[in-house]
Design a protein around this ligand. Structure first.
Ligand code: GLA
Length: 386
């Protein structure tokens, strides 16, 4: 476990005990995909795997970082923060130092160790967990004031402005505000949030496709631009529309023919997905798992056909899962373009579920599916010395 391992890892690399240690979880999104940057609704849950950091302040201006799992280390001066293709894993930490200094918070240098137990590149937000953990670590070491909401916002600024990925706020909010046993319903415009219990007896099972598309980041940015184009055109006729969040399904139906076909499909996904989030929360609260399954299947179909962010491997995983009576929901989770699916599975059927998915996926794709069972978990926290 990353939480326990980080103390020993720091002692081993730095030859002394850390002054502070923190942990932040990854996330899985149950529904509400590509809605966050459209100021809409999302329903993620923090998971019981994440990233842990431990550190001590040091004299001088040089930071030293140890990526324990990679067996790699690097140093960098506070005065010139630059992305480093030789140590790309350090960019997230540097991004946080950069975002803090933009806020006028200049922290003293430190030596830090980083370790994690969340799969990377699987659509489970390992980078958001790392950034949130870094903000929390530096706040703990240096004692500056920053609310939990600001922790999440600053972590996102690091990703947007320094790492260079134009992500929304969902992942950092889930990592910061996760709650044990519950998903987080988040309004990405007001940042208002409430939690929703998972239906009794269901577990979150993630199936990693083992596929990762190199164009993911440019495709992601292109989807964002297509949504903005939709807003630009729609707001000419509907002045109250500032983001796709403001478009009601009935309005969209009227204006769809006026939009270029690709933009129309992107808008149709976002508008329908936003509506599905509210419907899924109602289904979860009333224990209507059949409805939940239908909504999650509709979300996947919309991501596949209208938003075009799925891939054949994710489609196979979802198809296999939806055929199983003890699976009450399956869809791709995260940005797509490879990555993982999220499945809601009856607790006593995890084994047959995993076996059926792994063997069916191997037969149809020739690949190995990586199965994880996750507990919805508490968000980022400071760790007591171990
Ligand atoms: C990535 C981004 C999130 C969100 C999802 C899609 O995970 O980091 O902000 O946009 O994709 O829902």
């Amino acid at each position: 476990m990353a939480r326990e391992a980080v103390f020993a890892a720091f002692r081993k690399t730095a030859n002394q005990a850390p002054e502070a240690a923190v942990y932040a979880p990854g996330r899985v999104n149950l529904i509400g995909e590509h809605t966050d940057y459209n100021e809409g609704f999302v329903l993620p849950a923090a998971v019981d795997r994440g990233v842990a950091l431990a550190a001590r302040r040091v004299a001088g201006d040089t930071f030293t970082l140890h990526a324990v799992d990679l067996g790699d280390s690097c140093t960098f001066p506070r005065g010139s923060l630059q992305r480093d293709p030789k140590h790309p894993w350090a960019d997230y930490f540097k991004g946080v130092v950069w975002a803090l200094s933009n806020r006028g918070i200049n922290i003293p240098a430190c030596e830090a160790a980083i370790t994690g137990d969340i799969p990377q590149g699987a659509g489970l937000s390992s980078s958001a967990a790392y950034e949130v953990a870094t903000v929390l670590l530096l706040r703990t070491l240096d004692g500056f004031e920053l609310s939990s909401l600001e922790v999440a916002q600053l972590a996102r600024q690091a990703e947007n402005g320094f790492v260079g990925v134009a992500c929304g706020i969902m992942d950092q909010m889930a990592s910061t505000f996760g709650e044990k046993g519950r998903a987080l319903l988040l309004d990405c415009r007001s940042l208002a949030r409430e939690t929703v219990a998972l239906p009794l007896g269901l577990k979150i099972v993630v199936a990693g496709s083992g596929v990762r598309h190199s164009l993911a980041s440019s495709e992601y940015n292109q989807r964002r631009a297509e949504c903005e184009e939709g807003v630009r055109i729609l707001s000419a006729s509907l002045p109250t529309v500032h983001a796709l969040r403001d478009v009601m399904p009935e309005d969209l139906a009227r204006f769809l023919p006026a939009l270029p076909p690709v933009v129309a499909r992107r808008c149709r996904h976002v508008v329908s997905e936003n509506a599905r989030v509210g419907q899924a929360v109602t289904a979860m609260r009333s224990g209507d798992t059949d409805r939940l399954k239908t909504l999650m299947a509709a979300s996947h179909a919309s991501l596949r056909d209208d938003y075009e962010v799925s891939c054949p491997e994710l489609d196979i995983l979802v198809e296999l899962a939806l055929a199983l009576p003890y699976c009450h929901g399956a869809r791709l989770t995260g940005a797509g373009f490879g990555g993982s699916t999220v499945n809601l599975v009856e607790a006593d059927a995890i084994e047959p579920f995993s076996e059926t998915i792994v063997s069916g996926y191997r037969q149809r794709s020739g690949r190995v599916a990586e199965i994880h069972v996750f507990e919805p978990s508490a968000g980022a926290r400071v760790l007591a010395p171990g």
